[in-house]
Design a protein around this ligand. Structure first.
Ligand SMILES: Nc1nc2c(ncn2[C@@H]2O[C@H](COP(=O)(O)OP(=O)(O)OP(=O)(O)O)[C@@H](O)[C@H]2O)c(=O)[nH]1
Ligand SMILES: [Mg+2]
Length: 193
């Protein structure tokens, strides 16, 4: 899979605004895990999806048109509540509605930080995807933050925690590690149809 073009297309703040004209590949995970940064890395454009060290930046469902052929969808993160605001929701209704109602969803990449064991919400999200039969793969982000020799072990820990095999957990970093692995999975999503 070669990404020849990538451009911001539109954003949705409610269900009626969701698109359904082209296949979609989306990115979920807790706030600050690196969803927007991964999109930028994959398309080779630093500022395409807005990324920030302040958690909770992405609040809408943002569609990026790739190769005039499918969308990357950047989703709001979960597990973050602003100081003073009691966090009662697991994740936003917008995120849940997106995952349950998108008819053209080919793949959900679920991101976890390679340095930490998946949170309770990560485990819940993983079960949610499984339960609803939504195609998904796990990506461990920020692998530049750990020694190269330890990446295998960290992937293995995450895999065990989510009852997966190590091959099911791909390590990536915003500086390009894992790019080909992720693009390969995306290419396969289109082959199987
Ligand atoms: N070292 C390192 N930092 C990263 C990596 N990916 C993301 N970051 C940093 O982590 C912070 C959060 O990244 P984002 O891509 O904005 O995270 P997000 O998951 O989109 O966050 P929300 O939109 O708030 O849900 C930023 O400061 C990024 O520069 C990575 O691979 N390595
Ligand atoms: Mg984001």
């Amino acid at each position: 899979m070669i990404i020849k073009s990538a451009k911001y297309f539109t954003s949705a703040v409610k269900e009626v605004d969701f698109l359904n004209n082209l296949p979609e590949i989306c990115f979920v995970g807790r706030s600050n895990v690196g969803k927007s940064s991964l999109i930028n890395m994959l398309v080779g454009q630093k500022g395409l999806a807005k990324s920030s060290s302040t958690p909770g930046l992405t609040k809408m469902v943002n569609y990026f048109l790739i190769n005039d052929n499918f969308y990357f969808v950047d989703l709001p993160g979960y597990g973050y509540s602003k100081t003073g605001k009691k966090h009662t929701e697991l994740w936003s209704t917008l995120l849940e509605n997106y995952l349950l109602s998108s008819q053209n969803l080919k793949m959900v990449f679920m991101l976890v930080d390679i340095r930490h064991k998946p949170t309770e919400l990560d485990v819940l999200m993983h079960k949610f995807l499984f339960y609803h039969n939504i195609p998904h793969k796990v990506i461990a982000t920020k692998c530049d933050k750990v020694a190269k020799s330890k990446i295998y072990n960290f992937r293995n820990e995450i895999a065990k925690y989510l009852s997966l095999g190590i091959a099911d957990v791909i390590a990536v970093s915003e500086n390009g590690a894992g790019k080909e692995d992720v693009l390969h999975i995306i290419a396969n999503c289109f082959k199987n149809n």
